[in-house]
Design a protein around this ligand. Sequence first.
Ligand code: HSE
Length: 375
Amino acid sequence: MYSMSKMQVGFPGYRGMVGSVLQERMIEEGDFKEFDPIFLSTSQAGQPGPEVNGEPTVLADAYDIAALSGLDAIVSCHGSEYTEKVHTELRSKGWDGFWIDSASHLRNEPSSVLVLDPVNAGVIDKALEDGKKDLIGANCTVSVMLMGLAGLFKSGLVEYASIATYQAVSGAGSKNVIELLKQAGSLGSVVSEDLDNPAKTILEIDKKTKEHLISSDLPTDEFGFPIMGNVLPWIDSKVENGQSREEQKGLIETNGILGLEPDTIITDSLCARVGSMRSHGEALFIDLKKDLPMDELEEIIKSAHQWVKLVPNTKEDTLTNLTPVATSGTLEVAVGRLRKLNKGPKHLGAFVVGDQLLWGAAEPLRRALQIVISR
Ligand code: HSE
């Protein structure tokens, strides 16, 4: 039985990678006390769902439009295909609830607002006052970058940013994480007897690994290519101007999150998948509008919000704290390698790394729901 006073909130796609991180965070924060959750599945309706507040739940049908119409809010962790089908039908039938997701389908619609409240709380408030009810999480790479450098971007100091990304396999999905680990195991097993054999030269080992990486024995169903021992400098489909869609989002969604007109701040990205598990890394070369001393720039970056972790530009601090291994599973977004570039005093270098499953996906949705509930 659901209480009359609490909002009823549906969670389709709660078992995927983003959905699982979202549930974990909601349990940690005690969110489930504030609303009645309904878990929905596209394939297992009627089966037991997760236990919440000590009570068992039963999965509802994620395609049951009549049942979904009774909900106050829907937080979807499915991709665009689900949003396109279900959101369209719900709205066409007059459903007036809050739709919260992180799929790209609704991101650029005028009726949507991109949510990343430590960066754009004012933009979200204004959108809600304007009656917008589609609250959409932005691309994870853009969200992590802006979480790290909100201070600079919001202060209007950025003329242009060039961004090279090092994106974790979990950004591509849970099957890709498993494939990285299978590739690692497969590659290791091919040379395991050679590694401690002094008679084997490093060139023999190298030749053997190269042969294995391009052989059909390496599991590549998900990536289509080796990701272990490799870098894949293309993410998502091709769009205009030689860019990938992931790179194009860097420009569109940076301005979108900040509530700016398109192309107000120009960025160029080159996005690459690397063999890290969780947490995207991003190297930025930024043209500033004016020369400011480093201590002022650091203060601007650090004071943006509580989750920025400024890492001193030393080798030890960097390798200890400015890596995917250091930030994964935490809400801190690390910002380091800050220095004025050789190009001149108006040019700043930076490296940002943060857990893209948290700030890039689950956390903005969790917080968007909190904002809606608290209004
Ligand atoms: N597109 C991102 C990636 C995932 O492939 O890493 C989340 O936006």
